[in-house]
Design a protein around this ligand. Structure first.
Ligand code: AMP
Ligand code: MG
Length: 465
């Protein structure tokens, strides 16, 4: 296999990473390879070479390393995290001219592994593959999945021994808020400046310095979280080390899409306080941008003036989010000429949905005929009349592009994982085929539109370790 590496991260100050080869695994076997993505990246040759995707063979031109970062985990500062189970093989410039990282996740221990084994079990690998590719197909900025392999090794987790796997992940970069935070916390201004220059050149070439960079990252994050809200998506671990500076969704741990809607929904078993509940995501997004702003302050000549200025910029997150949220939901309702009054139309529908625990995806997919999703049918009828007055003549077309019919429902993801653990990857492949065509239903994929029965429903997810 030939991967046209064009690496740049290793030219940054050496304290920002550690050269690290992936640790070989016993018996790598291909689970999936994303051929379309490989073509976009200019990768040629035998794409089914499991040894490459497992880290057993380091391809020519790779410059494997583990990245240093820190982060606030559930609000608590952790001064050193870093790639504890991931190795960045290198970067490629795709046929679209965009530079992207190729990273192996589950590739063995690194100096940042702390107590961890550096490995991943099959569950999080399949979950991330399915959900990230679904997000991409829906049109949400996200990291991608390039390959998944089983390792032929067992990893030990709380529930006992589980089959190991490695995910090859592609991202515009793996630079996080926490990558800035670790350098700011160490007072390493030289590296912080180098990182800022790298990020501007790589992701925000229009920005002229930290102030512009902050504004641009705030704008992208606000838009991203509005898109999550429009899908009933709950990220689950919005720690600052899981916030990509590129504005892509990253680190699909205990994430899930809601079936029946309620704003307080939490899936992650470790999120006991509901910090990262559905409705809290925009507020946490702003909080994370405040941490990013704080990490940029050391670059500013007048610290006090910068604190005042950055505070005002972070406060704009709420307005940017509100505008993006209204955009997202107006499209979901087929409204072309959005006004502030449409906000009430959206929140009233969401309130009805929450009251009746209506299925988030299917309500939007079946409007205007979503009446049977509601117990309060009179309430829905009254809402539908108000909505009819605001719908664009072009509503059906707008809505068809804004409302996916198929999402990776949590119980389906869990079924795919259970079957995979038993050695059967057919459910995984069937689900992957369905969720990567989210706006189209065929005879093969029709059953994936069905909301879970009360017996099928899966309401808990576990961290991706
Ligand atoms: P996460 O919350 O899943 O993004 O992970 C937080 C931190 O823990 C990151 O620095 C990971 O690299 C590290 N980590 C998670 N799982 C493992 C593992 N099995 N071995 C080593 N490090 C891990
Ligand atoms: Mg992480």
């Amino acid at each position: 296999m030939q991967i046209p590496f064009d690496n740049s991260y290793f030219t940054l100050p050496a304290q920002m990473f550690t050269p690290q080869r992936p640790a070989p695994v016993r018996d790598p076997q291909i689970i999936a390879v994303n051929r379309d993505l490989a073509a976009l990246l200019g990768i040629t040759g035998d794409l089914a070479d499991a040894a490459v995707w497992a880290g057993n063979t380091v391809p020519a031109g790779a410059n494997p390393l583990a990245q240093l970062y820190a982060g606030h985990q559930f609000g608590h500062w952790n001064p050193q995290l870093g790639d504890g189970r991931a190795v960045l093989l290198g970067e490629v410039i795709g046929t679209d001219g965009i530079r992207r990282d190729i990273q192996l996740k589950g590739a063995g221990r690194t100096p940042y592994s702390r107590g961890g084994d550096g490995r991943s079990w099959l569950g999080p690998v399949l979950r991330e593959y399915l959900v990230s590719e679904a997000m991409h197909a829906i049109g949400v900025p996200t990291t991608r999945a390039l390959a998944a392999v089983s390792t032929g090794e067992i990893v030990l987790r709380e529930d006992g021994p589980l089959p190991g796997a490695v995910l090859t992940r592609v991202a515009q970069s793996h630079i996080r808020v926490g990558t800035f935070q670790v350098l700011a916390a160490r007072g390493d201004i030289t590296a912080l400046q180098a990182l800022t220059d790298h990020v501007i050149a790589r992701h925000y070439p229009g920005a002229t310095g930290p102030v512009d960079l902050l504004d641009a990252v705030i704008a992208r994050s606000a838009r991203l979280i509005a898109q999550w809200m429009g899908l009933g998506f709950i990220h689950g671990v919005m720690n600052t080390d899981n916030v990509a500076i590129s504005g892509e969704t990253i680190d699909y741990g205990p994430c899930a899409f809601m079936d029946s809607f309620h704003p307080d929904t939490v899936f992650s078993a470790i999120d006991r306080q509901g910090r990262y509940a559905y409705a809290n995501q925009p507020g946490i997004g702003a909080w994370n941008m405040a941490q990013f702003a704080t990490a940029l302050i050391p670059l500013m000549p007048d610290r006090d003036a910068a604190i005042a200025d950055f505070t005002a910029r972070v406060h704009r997150f709420a307005d940017l989010f509100d505008a993006a949220w209204l955009d997202v939901f107006a499209a979901k309702l087929g409204i072309a000429d959005i006004t502030a009054e449409d906000r009430g139309l959206v929140t009233d529908l969401l309130a009805l949905m929450a009251q009746d625990q209506a299925d988030f995806t299917n309500v939007f997919a079946h409007l205007p005929d979503a009446r049977d999703q509601f117990l309060d049918r009179a309430g829905f009828d009254a809402w539908r009349q108000r909505w009819a007055a605001r719908r664009s003549p072009d509503a059906a077309r707008i809505m068809a592009q804004a409302n996916p019919l198929i999402i990776p429902r949590n119980h389906r993801v869990e079924q795919a994982i259970s079957a995979g653990v038993a050695g059967d990857f057919a459910p995984f492949h069937a689900l992957l085929a369905a969720v990567t065509q989210p706006f189209k239903v065929t005879a093969e994929t029709a059953d994936f539109t069905r909301a879970p029965t009360s017996d099928e429903r899966v309401t808990r997810t576990f961290c991706g370790t």
